[in-house]
Design a protein around this ligand. Sequence first.
Ligand code: BES
Ligand code: MN
Ligand code: MN
Length: 463
Amino acid sequence: MLEKALSYAHARHEHYLARFQELLSIPSVSTDSGYREDVRRCAGWIVEELARIGFDNCRAYETPVHPVVYGEWLKAGSDAPAVLVYAHYDVQPVDPLALWDSPPFTPTIREGNLYARGAIDDKAGVYTNLAAFEALLKTAGRLPVNIKVFFEGEEESGSAGSIPFVADNHELLAADLVVISDGGNLRDQPLVITSTRGIVDFEVAVRGPQRDLHSGLFGGIVENPAHVVGRIIEALHDNEGRIRVPGYYDQLQPLTDAEREIMARQEAIFRSQLEQDAGVPFWGERLGPLVERATALPTLDVNGVWGGYQGEGGKTVIPAEAGFKASTRLAPGQDPEQIVEALRAFIMGFASETARITFTHGPVSCPAALLSEGPVIEAIHQAFEATWGKRALLYRQGGSVPIIGTFKQELGLPITSLGFGDGSNGHSPNEYIILEHFFRNIDTAIHFYCALADKMSAAELER
Ligand code: BES
Ligand code: MN
Ligand code: MN
């Protein structure tokens, strides 16, 4: 079954590339309501593709925000495990557009890379699975395991519609395992994610005078809201980067010695790849080792600051209003609700009669622990060994996939990750996937589902 599917896939590279490019050319930006119809069109494209390769009950389920794509192939028999495969078909906004070397929704090949928004995050997750399923179905007429596909269209905007969909559809989504196909691998090292951080974003607005005022008349006698914003931002961290909001680190689940040891071994590899991507030397060494800070400690980042005049030349005003957008990443142990309350109390402490403050926050998502050992992890190692020639590195992910916490709470299933986002510039201009990796990932997926069938039935036999 394996060999036939692999050689079929190898003969289909051109077709897969063409289809992937088609998917990449749909601008499914979920955060921007101007792209609402494109997101829907993208969902429709995937539904059609799923049906074409032989899945059943394929449809786009409406949610209050963007549709969830579902499809199933459940003919592997009741002895075979059922796997819920997750990926997201929405993408990040493209701005700043001027920094792209080719248009973000015109997939373009340069020097062995395929450039397009979504190329790694996360249309690679969507399409790699589809291609692997197609190769298996076309050659063997069946899949080695039962599959339910769940592709959401709003991961990049907090999953406000998809999260309740999971809560309302326990039966539809019932399975033995969830596979998260989001995130990726280092250029020459496959990764398997063992935890993701939670995330909460929030916005602070400071209001002062009733309108922008002449700073010659009112400067020095009216408090400037932009200065208050500066004081708040300054107070959030000490000079080494430690968060100063009281209680922030209290609930953190301490790392085990084994985890510290794995992280220490990853230090060099992360430094060489990530520092290059950052284009600036790393900072904040005194807070802890690099990998620990990047994956297992909370962070609190201002993402944007606004207020006052931004146009050409100067304008002498005291702005009526200023503010900022920020987000905080939470590590296992931290309770998002409690953290939000601590943040709110800290920031509201800056409010006064002359500077009125509002604090609002978006959906809260929990940190989550994923599988780190057992037959499923062995199947992943086996798939990467066969295609990359090496086992995966266990890795705590610094990023977030909000719906993972919901899968855990609502479905109570074991969760693992099989990411295909090799390449770089996710969320940045010139996002790309290394073409050779795109094809190799299809092989990895084929190997994984075959290995999973073996390992999971073998594991059952051991019981
Ligand atoms: N795929 C990422 C998460 C990720 C980042 C996995 C890096 C592996 C490596 C995901 O699409 C993402 O960007 N999530 C957002 C969530 C937010 C918008 C709610 C994030 O982490 O910022
Ligand atoms: Mn993603
Ligand atoms: Mn993303």
